[in-house]
Design a protein around this ligand. Structure first.
Ligand code: ATP
Length: 347
């Protein structure tokens, strides 16, 4: 297994930057998700790591080896990087059985039959594919095919596994059960994994850390909890967890700590900055409090099963989201209390 180091990596296509100076360290055995909107550079970053594309600038190291260096021209080809790939399209050989698909990389490497059978059996067992070993890919479900792709990675004992939206073709129920398969695979192998997705729930459920990307850059690289609770910037605050970002009118230090004037009310805030100018409001920060001066009107109430999501418009026109145990009809006026939101500085 291996750690991965990206140093000021850029990738330009015909002069247009798909990656702008990406610097990041991924630890040995870490499960990292690359998350961001369409076109932000996730797949390009993965392809540069894999060796399918050469960086325009910068260096990449995987384990002890420098695999790409735009300045010296160093470029180790994908097949020599000891990396496993799992694609959305599975990329299985349709004319080979499950067992043969899994053992084929070992045949190419010239392992003996005894060694091939032992490693293939172990990989099939680890991915729950033993009962399907003699089937052809066409006779498998999407989830089973993706397991074959994982088993094929596993036999090769790669230094790292790169996954490009591997669950995008599967239905919602299967996606969540496959998340458990990927997490098990990670625990079992201890492989360093880099997983591209635009689905935040998927990234949050599986990754140790998430690199949030926007416009060719990593804008925050943190644990899922930190991204949600303590976003560094406006993009992450609004993109992750659909946060509502509101301006702070003034910051003061009160008896209980930092306070901010927001929407005409004084509220306690948490921040690591001295003079933050924005707050990130999550539904957890908002409760209904009839005695409050901060008033809002229910624009929409959506039942989520157990709770209602309330889309609310405050008297000053700001839209916020709260969760409530009971339904409040559209148009109802409610009082809101805001507790301790995260505040940050955006220049
Ligand atoms: P998606 O989630 O839609 O797959 P992404 O975040 O993976 O998007 P990339 O595929 O990395 O985004 O693309 C980043 C930018 O680079 C886009 O503007 C894209 O059009 C551009 N790009 C990617 N590959 C090429 C290429 N081979 N030639 C020219 N431009 C490219």
């Amino acid at each position: 297994m291996a750690d991965i180091e990206l140093q000021a990596v850029e990738k330009h296509f015909d002069g247009v930057a798909a990656l702008r100076s990406v610097t990041a360290s991924i630890q040995d055995g870490e499960f990292v998700a690359l998350l961001g909107p369409s076109g932000c550079g996730k797949s390009t970053l993965l392809r540069v790591l894999a060796g399918f594309e050469a960086p325009t600038r910068g260096q990449i190291r995987i384990g002890a080896r420098e695999v790409a260096n735009a300045e010296t021209g160093q470029a180790i080809p994908p097949e020599a990087r000891n990396i496993g790939f799992v694609f959305q399209s599975y990329a299985l050989w349709p004319h080979m059985s499950v067992r043969r698909n899994v053992s084929y990389p070992l045949e190419v490497r010239g392992l003996t039959k005894v060694a091939r059978v032992a490693r293939t059996d172990a990989a099939l067992a680890a991915t729950g594919l033993m009962p399907f070993a003699d089937r052809m890919p066409a006779d498998l479900s999407g989830g089973q095919r993706q397991r074959v792709a994982l088993a094929r990675c596993l036999v090769s004992d790669p230094a790292a596994v790169l996954l490009d939206e591997p669950l995008a073709n599967l239905d919602v129920a299967l996606r969540s059960s496959m998340q458990a398969v990927f997490s098990d695979f990670h625990t079992r192998t201890g492989a360093t994994m880099v997983y591209v997705t635009h689905d935040q729930a998927e990234a949050m459920a599986m990754a140790d850390r998430i690199a949030v990307m926007s416009d060719g850059e990593i804008v925050q690289f943190d644990t899922p909890e930190k991204l949600y609770n303590q976003p560094d910037n406006l993009f992450v605050a609004s993109f992750v967890g659909e946060g509502t970002v509101l301006p702070i009118e003034a910051v003061t230090i009160g008896q209980v700590g930092m306070e901010a004037q927001v929407l005409g009310s004084r509220i306690a805030i948490t921040s690591q900055d001295e003079n933050p100018n924005l707050i990130c409001l999550r539904p957890e920060n908002i409760s209904i409090c009839e005695t409050s001066d901060l008033r809002a009107q229910v624009v929409r109430a959506t039942y989520l099963g157990g709770t209602y999501r309330l889309d609310l418009q405050t008297n000053s026109g700001a839209m916020v989201v709260a969760h409530a145990r009971q339904r409040h009809a559209e148009g109802t006026q409610l009082g809101l209390s805001i507790s301790n939101p995260w505040a940050f500085t955006e220049v």
